[in-house]
Design a protein around this ligand. Structure first.
Ligand code: SF4
Length: 429
């Protein structure tokens, strides 16, 4: 195996992926041969772990164990792990897995480089080795979270809110755009809290306006806005902007006030409905995405009925659902996890069945209409893309049967010819 060769495995969410891309670029700048999730042998394998919920923790531990097995067989020289799981369980992992060659938490990228005798190039901190298709990239605008939702472990892993300065993010966006990025997907633990730690007026609006000026960026997508105290300036900007997509991801989590209170969310169902009405009336063509949790401690059939009615009434264009998973160290872990797993799952399935009907009705209503689509890839003699209402990985796709008509990265007009529950079909208009 070549010396100074590294394979990176990135687990968990898009926020983790941004950290992986940053460390990969730093290694590349120092002459390392960098591969992403490759099967090739390497002198080092770096695993960016996730410690969010039970399944994610298990996947991270399994990946580390497999890498250690591969190291024994000579495939890897060193196994180094970092990220959320290791931040959370650093001491236990050191004791349980002494064969691991380096254990780092989050925000320790310079220390990882130091372990590899490689200097960290601070002046190029904004650069990334992009692993997403060249036309879209995630932009992590802040780290951490000042809220304390009862079910969430993130603040104790990632700490309080730290916003990236606007100038740094603009430089990063310029770098990404110079690599061909057209769609910037803004992410954070709490997007609408951006800049509370910076001395700026209306910081998120200020940032987005600066990003709109970056040449080559055509679409800006917003993920993980918080429902409480939603900034009016952002609504105005979304209504007027030609680049900010009519798409907003707001995790509401629940719609029963007693549950929202127990979740320590700081918003109410009435306030949420009012906000949704305001967003829909002021932002033309808006698609709302939300995520919800079923089976939070104490969720009664009446609470669940309120959640179902909320989904039926609000008709979210996109929706994801999780069943509650108790996380040690969170306030909710002190509550009795009293909803049986099969009830949590059945409730989640019921919500998804409602959503399936809503989604099919919306999709069917598009047949014969023209929509704007960004092309992501070629797949089985079809091109796969996304509408302005669809984010990569989490939302639906559009399939175009004429692969010669467009290429990845094109933004085209498409006539919708057919629709499924969670997909569209079309041909170039
Ligand atoms: S706002 Fe999100 S990241 Fe912050 S504590 Fe709540 S669920 Fe966790």
């Amino acid at each position: 195996m070549a010396s100074k060769s590294v394979n990176i495995i990135s687990l968990g969410c898009s926020k983790n992926l941004v950290d992986s891309e940053r460390v990969m670029q730093q290694l590349r700048l120092s002459g390392w041969d960098v591969k992403f999730e490759s099967d090739d042998p390497a002198s080092v394998v770096l695993i960016n772990t996730c410690g969010f919920i039970a399944d994610a923790k298990e996947e991270s531990v399994d990946t580390i164990l497999q890498a250690l097995e591969a190291k024994k067989k000579g495939k890897y020289g060193k196994v180094i792990v970092f990220g959320c799981l290791t931040q959370r369980y650093r001491v236990a992992l050191k004791t349980e897995l002494p064969e691991v060659d380096g254990i780092f938490g989050v925000d320790e990228l310079p220390d990882i480089l130091a372990r590899l005798s490689t200097p960290y190039d601070h002046k190029n901190h904004f650069q990334r080795y992009q692993t997403t298709p060249s036309h879209y990239a995630y932009l992590k605008i802040s780290e951490g979270c000042n809220r304390r939702c009862a079910f969430c472990i993130i603040p104790s892993i990632r700490g309080n809110l730290t916003s990236q300065p606007v100038e740094t993010l603009v430089k990063e966006a310029e770098f990404l755009s110079s690599n061909g990025v057209k769609e910037l997907i803004l992410i954070a633990q709490d997007l609408t809290a951006y800049g509370k730690d910076l001395r700026l007026h209306d910081p998120l609006v200020h940032l987005i306006k600066a990003l709109e000026r970056v040449e080559g960026i055509e679409w800006i997508r917003l993920h993980y806005a918080y429902p409480a105290r939603f900034p009016d300036g952002l609504i105005r900007l979304m209504a007027e902007s030609e680049k900010v997509l009519p798409y907003l991801d707001i995790p509401f989590q629940h719609a029963s006030d007693p549950i929202l209170r127990k979740m320590q969310r700081g918003h109410t169902a009435t306030g949420d409905k009012k906000l949704i009405g305001k967003l829909r009336s002021q932002i033309p063509g808006l698609a709302l995405r939300t995520t919800l949790i079923t089976g939070f401690p104490g969720e009664t059939p009446k609470d669940f009925l309120l959640l179902k009615e909320f989904v039926e009434e609000m008709r979210f264009e996109r929706l994801g659902i999780f069943t509650y998973s108790e996380e040690e160290g969170t306030p909710a872990a002190g509550m009795q996890d009293d909803v049986p797993e099969e009830v949590k799952a059945a409730r989640a399935a019921e919500i998804m069945a409602i959503q399936e009907t809503i989604s099919l009705e919306n999709n069917t209503g598009l047949i014969g209409k023209e929509i704007t689509v960004i092309i992501d890839r070629e797949e089985q003699e079809m091109m796969a893309g996304r509408t302005q209402h669809d984010s990569p990985e989490v939302d639906q796709e559009v399939y175009i049967s004429d692969p010669g008509s467009c290429k990845p990265g094109d933004i085209i007009q498409l006539k919708v010819t057919d629709a499924g529950n969670f997909e569209l079909y079309g041909c170039p208009a």
